[in-house]
Write a protein that binds this ligand. Structure first.
Ligand SMILES: [Fe+2]
Ligand SMILES: [Fe+2]
Length: 259
């Protein structure tokens, strides 16, 4: 347990068995489920780089600019790790990795990642809401039944935590710290607008409540929690954070496209 990754499956129907180490050991349904998860994960990493890169040098403080550069580097790093994992699946995974590297804004499979950032406040709003989504998704795979992915989670989870807490802190600063708000040329109204913009995207990104794919991921111990459980965990956490900052929690129904 030194690295935080056990050698045995910790949850799901395979609990107690040795973890899966290679693609050759996977039952077909397991292989397909995992391939889909890693492909979806990788798509968000490369899409995030595209969204963030234009903002690397535009933050109002040196720390903001450093944080943006770090976020871009982390997302690219995570995307390349995901591609390496995909390529272990042979020609099918190799084709997926190659395809992901060609997708542009507007072509990414998850809609939230096709939406460009409009302002610095909007960058912070995305980090606050969507990087918390990523953090919950990755936490669901901490110590997952596929050992190579579980090992990657030991760094990825903490990277996402940094992006999410950076966003949370900056949205709070825009609302509560007049000096920082002035540097951004923003007001509480702008902070509310970005929370309103990303909130439905964040809820949608957890996927459909009834999902065979989500059920299989939990059954095989790839994920600790299913789509709906994760969405509710995120909502409870983020609703409390939004309120504590002094903003209004948007409606969970408005603007939603996935249920
Ligand atoms: Fe990420
Ligand atoms: Fe992130």
């Amino acid at each position: 347990m030194g690295s935080g990754v056990s050698r045995r499956v910790m949850y799901g129907e395979m609990k107690g068995m040795h973890k899966v180490e290679t693609v050759e050991q996977m039952p077909e349904e397991y292989r397909q489920t995992l391939l889909k998860i890693i492909n979806a994960l990788a798509s968000t990493e490369f899409a995030s780089v595209e969204q963030h890169q234009a903002w690397i040098n535009k933050g109002p403080t040196a720390e903001d600019r450093f944080a943006q550069a770090q976020v871009c580097a982390d997302e690219a790093h995570q995307g390349f790790i995901d591609c390496r994992l995909l390529r272990q699946f042979g020609p099918e995974g190799e084709a997926m990795a190659a395809n992901l590297l060609t997708l542009k804004m507007g072509e990414h499979p998850l809609n939230a990642f096709n939406v460009p950032f409009e302002s610095w406040v909007d960058v912070c709003g995305f980090c606050f809401l969507l990087d918390h989504v990523a953090w919950y998704h990755l936490r669901a795979m901490e110590d997952c039944s596929y050992a190579p992915l579980a090992r990657e989670m030991t760094s990825m989870v903490h990277e996402e935590r940094f992006h999410a807490s950076f966003g949370a802190r900056r949205i709070k600063d825009i609302v509560q710290n007049p000096d920082y708000a002035k540097l951004c040329g923003a007001t509480k109204k702008d902070a509310q607008a970005t929370v309103d913009k990303w909130y439905p995207h964040a809820l949608d990104t957890f996927g459909a409540a009834k999902s065979k794919f989500s059920d299989l991921a939990v059954k095989y111990g790839i994920r600790k929690w299913g789509n709906e459980e994760l969405r509710q965990m995120w909502k409870k956490d983020l609703d409390a954070q939004i309120k504590a900052i002094g903003l209004k929690v948007p409606s969970a129904k408005k603007g939603r496209t996935i249920h």
